[in-house]
Design a protein around this ligand. Structure first.
Ligand SMILES: [Zn+2]
Length: 305
């Protein structure tokens, strides 16, 4: 009897000490790269729902009831922020009724706001297209910024789930070790890409270009979020005749029609890049995202020579 009481007391105590039990930290990840990063940093402690796939345009998704339900259960939402999800996340936050994941709460983690952002506009004019006032939100394509975001996310996990703080600390340090080694490898492999002129579909690659020293030779979209027009494409083709580019790139979620047209007309390879984890077979995890991006661009560079 005495033994059972003790067992019960221990169970009760552990329930009190572990309000969040293993695999019980409910995480709502807006995009696959943040689900992948959370998996790296939280391991079995997190039960992750990913709101979008690599086949979906993260600027625009449908606020399905299943997503509202997932956000309602969440202890932590890990999203890009900086306005990327402005068309759907605020609505999910409101409908979820979950105070833990509202803006400014510890349960609301915005990855892009943890790093220095590019293309922050001096002023915002709707006529300029889908401009994000907080700057370009597509930070996931720079692994240096990803390292900073990982450190911030580790701190947030410790804050939200203090019982497993030591574990998050250890996992974060292990991730950083593996990440720095991979970064050195990527920096080395991508050297031939430095200074290469590349046409993009959408301004989603500013951080990749910043990291690798690529030069943007033009965009297929007329303005951010505005589909390519025949007139704009003809203009772009004329510009490329004067100052050639080596390739045109587009994200796995985008249509390849405009890129294929330019590829034919300007005789440069059109390259599909994963943009996020799962966008291509090679981008099966966070490390593969950069491996595959660099490999595909190097292959296109060889092809264009
Ligand atoms: Zn965008």
């Amino acid at each position: 009897m005495k033994y059972l009481t003790r067992v019960f007391a221990v169970l009760l105590l552990s329930a009190v000490l572990h309000p969040v039990t293993a695999a019980d930290l409910k995480v709502f990840a807006c995009e696959p790269e943040w689900a992948a990063l959370t998996r790296e940093l939280a391991g079995d402690h997190a039960d992750i729902t990913t709101a979008t796939t690599a086949r979906q345009d993260p600027h625009h998704i449908q606020a399905r009831p299943s997503l509202i339900a997932a956000l309602r259960r969440a202890d932590l939402a890990v999203c890009t922020g900086a306005g990327l999800e402005i068309g759907w996340l605020p609505m999910l936050q409101r409908q979820s009724g979950n105070t833990a994941v509202q803006n400014g709460k510890p349960g609301d983690f915005e990855a892009a706001m943890q790093v220095e952002r590019l293309e922050v506009p001096e002023s915002v004019d709707r006529a300029m297209g889908d401009i994000h006032p907080e700057g370009n939100p597509h930070v996931q394509m720079d692994p240096r910024r990803m390292a900073t975001i990982a450190t911030a996310l580790t701190a947030r996990l410790r804050q939200i789930d203090p019982v497993h703080a030591a574990d998050y600390e250890a996992r974060g340090a292990d991730f950083d070790r593996r990440w720095q080694a991979a970064l050195a490898r990527w920096n080395d492999a991508a050297k031939p890409l430095r200074g290469v002129r590349v046409v993009v579909h959408h301004k989603g690659w500013a951080y990749l270009f910043d990291w690798l020293g690529l030069e943007e030779a033009g965009t297929l979209e007329t303005k951010p979020g505005v589909p390519p027009s025949a007139g704009h494409l003809a203009e772009l083709k004329a510009e490329l005749a004067a100052r050639p580019a080596k390739m045109v790139i587009y994200a796995a979620y985008q249509e390849d029609r405009a890129a294929s047209w330019l590829s034919r007309e300007a005789a440069i390879p059109a390259v599909k890049l994963p943009f996020t984890v799962g966008g291509t077979a090679g981008a099966s995890d966070l490390f593969g995202l950069y491996d595959d991006t660099i490999n595909r661009m190097l292959a296109a560079l060889h092809e264009s020579h």
